[in-house]
Design a protein around this ligand. Sequence first.
Ligand SMILES: [Zn+2]
Length: 412
Amino acid sequence: MEFLDNPVRRYAWGSRTVIAGLQGRPVPSPHPEAELWLGAHPGDPSYLVGDGQEQRRLSLLDELTGDPETRLGSRCAGRWSGRLPFLLKVLAADEPLSLQAHPSAELAEAGYARENDAGIALDDARRNYKDPNHKPELVCALTEFHALTGFREPAATVALLRELAVPELAGHVELLAGQPDERGLRALFSTWITLPQQVLDRLVPAVQEGCVRLLRRADPDPAGHRDVARTVLELSERYPGDAGVLAALLLNRVTLAPGEALYQGDGVLHAYLSGACIELMANSDNVLRGGLTPKHVDVPELLRLLDFGSCRPPIVHGITDGALTRYDTVAEEFRLWRLDWAEANVGDVVSLPDGGPRILLCTSGAAKVSAGSGRSLTLRRGESLWLDATDCEVKAASLDEPAQLFLATDGL
Ligand SMILES: [Zn+2]
């Protein structure tokens, strides 16, 4: 058991209060802070800084490479070739992130090899595939969290577009109404994302006007169309003339309450809009953007990997047993767990799963964490711990007050 020192990523869409506040630093922070990375990503690994008694500073990535059997355990080290399969993040969005999707493992492997063969450098702005891995991801809300995710059921999208009543969109609405399925969605999305800029420069303002008209109405709105209109207006003000604004009309808009989670599988188009969350993902950087960004958008490659199967938002309901909640997904790379002590169960002892690498992060209160070896330490808000596969019979209990921890393990 060792404390971790974790890198903070500064992106323009980040928050000046969430991560600094979590770590007990002054707020507002001098720069927007978007993500805290807990893991062994080659681009920005965490450091092991001892157990509070002895002080040291070792790259977690180097330590895992040096002794994968002890650190990861033979099962995890064997399955993932000595690499930590997951990356845990605290994500704090004051502004929307880009519209994006992540490739399947097959497409990532092929795309990575193809771009290597073509001699496109890893840091080239046109590079899509930074590694040969897929990137399923799970977000669990810390605050109310807003997102766009997955294509809405086509008939519901037709109803929304008809209510918006944008004359310039009439032909597009009839296209989807005539084929309200996966192929209709693919045809409409492909049309929109390849429109010439001068057409977008007329169409997006027309959609804005439709949204404003809808928001002025006072009649009941059972389908929540006005929430979509509000989001589309916000996005269009930030990204005028961006095809991603139109794409936002096709996606499910979801609001997560704290503790609710959302899973993004291969090829699911999504954009995180605002809020703070814990994010657990496969240790990959493969992102194909679809708009709402000044960065490179590779439309043909995006169209190749997108999943147009209309879907309900992939909300993951945790399975709670006492103070421990487990979030199951199909991803083998990771599993997220939440430990919650309310007034009624302060001090209850929770046993952590054994047998693999684990990262523990305290998001409120404080907890005593003890291992079977007899060692114990106190984990406070904003602090995190690395647990080797050989740290067995680890238990956690809150100290004197309500507390919350998140635990990342592999998903095997
Ligand atoms: Zn994503």
